[in-house]
Design a protein around this ligand. Structure first.
Ligand code: GDP
Length: 411
């Protein structure tokens, strides 16, 4: 189960997109699915009309956004990544659903409307992510909108959320002048060459932004040095870290929830979404970088850990049940450890029932893929489970009875 560059799990990202209603969660998700589908499923699309057609078709099919977990692929620096997007409910009243989704994701993208800053509901979701220890990056969306202000979002993150934002991008222009994005870490600028934002050009940082970028990069290095000793040593000796070192330190800080990288863009205008996907890969954790899920043995206080390993004991969690017009009951599961095989028997430890697994599906933006197994770190849908409900633990048939516990919530 290893790839040329190590364990396949290094190239997995299980993420949620969380937002206040209207901040642009749906649009951002659609764009992500569009870009990941464009490179992997439907070939290159150059003109805008084709882009919109694809979106329309997706909407009509309605598979995309309603799937509890959608599997997408993204290539970063020649390496293919699997990005599973877990649907996180946008309404606060579904707190229990939010809790479940928080348990199955390893990282989140918090989307803000940059003309509104941090709205009350975003604050609630942010606090939930804090409670469940979810590392996150923030996306300051709607940079094209009247009243958009990146500074407003940064200030609100500081003041309303009490978090220290680490802006890794800076917008070139705001509101109707929004033209592109500067990557502060790499000191490169990206401008969009067509109205739909599907074509990007990379170039040097324009002179007018040079001072700002230098100042912001220095602040990033300082923040990264706080979480990385080697970087701190370099910093104290006045040495410049390399891009790779800086990314690694920011990533470490993000995973430890001490750093919150902030990006900007406009999902509606297709601006910044490719860079957002790059940042998901750069800063959010793989399943190997989050604490292993724990379970408690039945009738005892003893606990077991399930590190992400496809050869370990099976441990999975059903997190959403959906009725499908074609195949009936779909049980969405996350496999933490072991491998779930189609046609096998599993034990539902929450219901004390043995259940037969029928077919297994991975849901993609515009297709469903039937697979024979779901490995540790993967998410997908099971057809055929009759009794499993949301929040149920699935373990191997014949294994000791363990119930997966909710992530420890510090009071
Ligand atoms: P959700 O409720 O968070 O899922 O938000 P939607 O994605 O449905 O977006 C809410 C509204 O904001 C829609 O009318 C979108 O067209 C609009 N919207 C989303 N992203 C942007 C953006 O980047 N710029 C502008 N101007 N409008 C946007």
């Amino acid at each position: 189960m290893t790839t040329k560059t190590g364990n396949y799990l290094n190239h997995f990202r299980n993420i949620g997109i969380a937002a206040h209603i209207d901040a642009g969660k749906t649009t951002t998700t659609e764009r992500i699915l569009y870009y990941t589908g464009r490179t992997h499923n439907i070939g290159e699309v150059h003109d805008g009309a084709a882009t919109m057609d694809w979106m329309e078709q997706e909407r009509e099919r309605g598979i995309t956004i309603t799937a509890a977990a959608t599997t997408a692929k993204w290539t970063r620096a020649g390496q293919e990544y699997v990005v599973n997007i877990i649907d996180t409910p946008g309404h606060v009243d579904f707190t229990i659903e939010v809790e479940r989704s928080m348990r199955v994701l390893d990282g989140a993208v918090a989307v803000f409307d940059s003309s509104q800053g941090v709205e009350p509901q975003s604050e609630t979701v942010w606090r939930q992510a804090d409670r469940y220890g979810v590392p996150r990056i923030a996306f300051s969306n709607k940079m094209d909108k009247t009243g958009a202000s990146f500074e407003l979002v940064l200030n609100d993150i500081r003041e309303r959320l009490g978090a220290i934002p680490a802006p890794v991008q800076y917008p070139m222009g705001q509101e109707s002048d929004f033209k592109g994005i500067i990557d502060i870490v790499r000191q490169r600028a990206y401008t969009y060459t067509n109205d739909l934002g599907t074509d990007i050009e990379e170039h040097d940082v324009p002179a007018e932004y040079a001072d700002k970028v230098t100042e912001m990069r220095a602040a990033l290095i300082e923040a990264a040095a706080e979480v990385d000793e080697d970087l701190m040593m370099k910093y104290l000796e006045g040495e410049e870290p390399t891009v790779e070192e800086l990314v690694a330190a920011l990533r470490k800080g993000t995973i430890e929830k001490k750093i919150f990288p902030v990006l900007c863009g406009s999902a509606l205008k297709n601006k910044g979404v490719q860079l957002l996907l790059d940042a998901v890969v750069d800063y959010l954790p793989s399943p190997l970088e989050v604490p292993a899920i724990k379970g408690t043995l039945e009738d005892s206080e003893e606990t077991r850990e399930f590190p992400a390993d496809p050869n370990g004991k099976l441990a999975g969690l059903a997190f959403k049940i959906m009725a499908d017009p074609y195949v009936g009951r779909l049980t969405f599961v996350r496999i933490y450890s072991g491998t779930l095989q189609s046609g096998s028997y599993v034990y539902n430890a929450s219901k004390d029932k043995r259940e037969r697994v029928g077919r297994l599906l991975k849901m993609h933006a515009n297709s469903r893929e039937e697979v024979t197994e779901l490995k540790a770190g993967e998410l997908g849908a099971v057809i055929g489970l009759k009794d499993a409900g949301t929040g149920n633990t699935l373990i191997g048939d014949g294994d000791e009875h363990v119930l997966l516990e909710s992530i420890d919530v510090p009071e």
